[in-house]
Design a protein around this ligand. Sequence first.
Ligand code: NAD
Length: 498
Amino acid sequence: MSTVGQLINGEIFIEGTRQQDVYNPSTGAVTKQVDLASKKTVEEAITVAQAAYPAWRNTPPIKRARIMFKFKALLEEHADTICKMIGEEHGKISHDAAGELQRGIENVEYACGAPELLKGEHSKNVGPNIDSWSEFQPLGVVAGITPFNFPAMVPLWMFPMALVCGNCFILKPSERDPSSTLFIAQLLKEAGLPDGVMNVVNGDKEAVDTLLNDDRIKGVSFVGSTPIAEYIYTTANANGKRCQALGGAKNHAIVMPDADMDNAVNQLVGAAFGSSGERCMALSVAVTVGDAAGDALIEKMQAAMQGLNVGPYSDANNDFGPVITKAHQEKVIGYIDSAEQQGSTIVVDGRNAKVEGYEDGFFVGATLIDNVNTDMTSYKEEIFGPVLQVVRVQTMQEAMDLIDAHEYGNGTCIFTRDGEAARYFSDNIQVGMVGINVPLPVPVAYHSFGGWKRSLFGDLHAYGPDAVRFYTKRKTVTQRWPSAGIREGVEFSMPTMK
Ligand code: NAD
């Protein structure tokens, strides 16, 4: 059985001290081992990255960007291999894996614009013969810690931008599906990236804590669950590091009485059950306004869900695959049980999903739950499975109030034909990413991604323009070259432009 190792200084290295099983969630079988880096190995990766930093920092942005152009071409050339690796370890069907990879590649395309993005600001004659400019300098060695659910895309949110800004990078991917991430990082060498600029440490808490506590790491980007995001943010901050930590979600869609119900149902099916609901932007709660909208939605959802196919990643006819682990399958089923025990109505029950030939796979069928209320555990917590819960209210304001009261504020959406209602909703809702008849309002690569409330700890969002700011420090230079005519004597007062 092969072992997924560490990428340090351009070479794969297996430490061999501690290892963990990697599963194929479609079959339930262990297919690989992943090496878990010790503190010593992570420190070695940091040392290597720090040594590579001075030369990389001084490499012109256009040359850094050219490596990204080649990297993009290599990602496209190897797309099938990458998607297969994602499928094998995550369970995502090939069409979904291809979508994930494409959204990742779009971040590489954005990073190709580094010379433009790093141009800075210049003001001539801020005083007599005095010029001033702001430039954006890299932080040094920065780290990224990523979740299982997007093993290609989320790392690509981080390191292309960090690298073109002149930083060296240490990535700690999810230990549950590490192969595609490592493969992608290896392509950087072929694209021309100098050894040591990008390193991958596979591992668990020991690796993460080493990154958080080492003074040489200047910034940390994290994406994962909220309890860990909060831990990463507070620890990184206490250690004087810049940090952005994106956490979990509970994304609500308001279904207004005037919505195009067939369209809303189609959108909700994909957004709730796609990728088995293991997306931080999955729509997991539909809030229907008025009894008629609630009844219509339930009736049409039931019909639409009859044709859904859950099965192994290898069959492109499947709509979605298994969840990531046996433990997670049990957790999702536990949430459905709790919703039932707490008084909701299970309309479509995916708890006993059976896939012929894949009896040991971690499958959960698409599940629809009606009459959910805000006191239920399944409503309060993130399920991260193919489960759509319906909460019925009578007014749009009630719907907005309950969204605002939820601890998470990642994404939300409204289905309506009423422009005034949609405008009021997008202006006032306390959520970071808003869709209007768009169920998964994931910003494109040249905007930035991030939630509000306990879905993001930090000030700057991921990728896009915010990433340029996150991965650089502003330095403002004020310059004067005294010439014979303007030499001055000693000045004791604050210079002003009066
Ligand atoms: P997770 O929090 O369990 O793990 C994320 C990373 O943190 C992994 O690399 C893991 O090794 C590390 N980690 C886990 N426990 C740790 C600990 N105790 N100390 C230090 N490091 C630790 O998340 P996951 O299960 O891999 O991913 C799913 C979660 O990620 C969901 O909550 C989902 O909403 C969230 N997510 C959020 C976004 C977003 O943009 N907001 C995007 C994708 C996923």
